[in-house]
Design a protein around this ligand. Structure first.
Ligand code: PLP
Length: 340
């Protein structure tokens, strides 16, 4: 008999769509997969070489469960340099992808019935992770505002049970970027109403039209309130390597480390060395990818809006297109899942 907890979650919809596309391809149908979100570039050579070196040097044993110190140092320096976030080694945890960092975080802060505000449309895993922790997702619909979250929207969703708010800017799946002034106002709300902000910044380098990244964790008063989540997965085309990280208040980070030590132990030793090279080595591959994504964004925006029934809001970041297809519904196609 399955536990009640596990019965609350669904398989990842994007992975299901991916599996269906593979199945259709096998049947000889010419199909392009638009399911899972990962760059199609190879991992840069300098990163692969660092992994090979780690193997040759026998760096193949358990590491500290929360990650190797030099990778934590690289994360600390990166957060300071690129995001203006001041933190130290005890504030940082290295995990198996951004996903585990997020999961550990929800496990560490959510009690049954606690509410987490999620701007919608949202990345598939947030709500299921929260459900597994017996939390309650409170969705805030941003559709009417070109998918851009405002402080006013957040304010309306706050209750005495609000434990956290998720920010994901640039967003998966909409590509929307939250304005700096809104983030500052949201920070004031978090401060006043004493809830955490979990800022998922995995798409931070994929920004278009001169948009700039602003990390809520850089606001000094927010030190004890913000978790900044990131990963090497998207930035360096390393989705399969499974290295992510989270920075936040050290008591919670410590608790997250305890959980990780009993569940998965350390992230892969070799992948940690590769991630260290990713964060400290040459960064030109990131610019090359970001420029290519910008070109594709322009192309997709132009061409997709020519398709009958499609209406695509211009994505400002990430590498997603999230068109409104409601005008395509007819007959048995009654919702976006059936349309897909
Ligand atoms: C918004 C968002 N956060 C986190 C992740 C997880 O990334 P990782 O592969 O590092 O676990 C993804 C992956 O699709 C994502 O889109």
């Amino acid at each position: 008999m399955l536990s009640q907890r596990i019965q609350k979650i669904q398989p990842s919809a994007t992975l299901a769509i991916n599996a269906r596309a593979i199945e259709l391809k096998k049947q000889g149908i010419d199909i392009i997969k638009f399911g899972t979100g990962e760059p199609d570039f190879d991992t840069p050579d300098n990163i692969k070489d660092a992994a090979k070196r780690a193997l040759d040097e026998g760096f193949t044993k358990y590491t500290a469960a929360t990650g190797i110190p030099e990778l934590k140092e690289a994360v600390r320096d990166k957060l300071k340099r690129d995001n203006g976030i001041e933190c130290d080694i005890p504030n940082i945890l290295i995990s198996n992808g951004g996903k585990q960092a997020l999961y550990n975080c929800f496990m560490a802060i959510i009690d049954p019935g606690d509410e987490v505000i999620i701007p919608s449309p949202y990345w598939v895993s947030y709500a299921d992770m929260i459900a597994v922790c017996d939390g309650v997702s409170k969705f805030v619909d941003t559709t009417g505002n070109n998918f851009k979250l405002t402080a006013e929207m957040v304010k309306e969703a706050i209750t005495p049970k609000t434990k956290a708010l998720i920010l994901n800017s640039p967003s998966n799946p909409t590509g929307a970027v939250i304005e700096k002034k809104e983030i500052e106002k949201i920070a004031e709300l978090a401060f006043k109403h004493k809830f955490y902000v979990i800022s998922d910044e995995v798409y931070e380098y994929f920004l278009y039209d001169g948009k700039k990244m602003f990390s809520i964790g850089s606001i000094p008063d927010m030190k004890d309130k913000v978790f900044t989540v990131n990963a090497v997965s998207k930035t360096y085309s390393m989705t399969g390597w499974r290295i992510g990280y989270i920075a936040g208040p050290k008591d919670v980070i410590k608790a997250m480390g305890n959980l990780q030590s009993h569940s998965t132990s350390n992230p892969c030793s070799i992948a940690q060395k590769a991630a260290l090279e990713a964060l400290t080595g040459p960064q030109d591959s990131v610019t090359i990818m970001a420029n290519e994504f910008a070109k594709r964004r322009d192309y997709v925006y132009k061409e997709m809006n020519k398709l009958p029934g499609f209406k695509l809001t211009k994505p400002e970041g990430a590498f997603y297109a999230f068109p409104d297809v409601t005008k395509c519904y007819k007959g048995e196609i009654t919702d976006s899942f059936k349309f897909t």
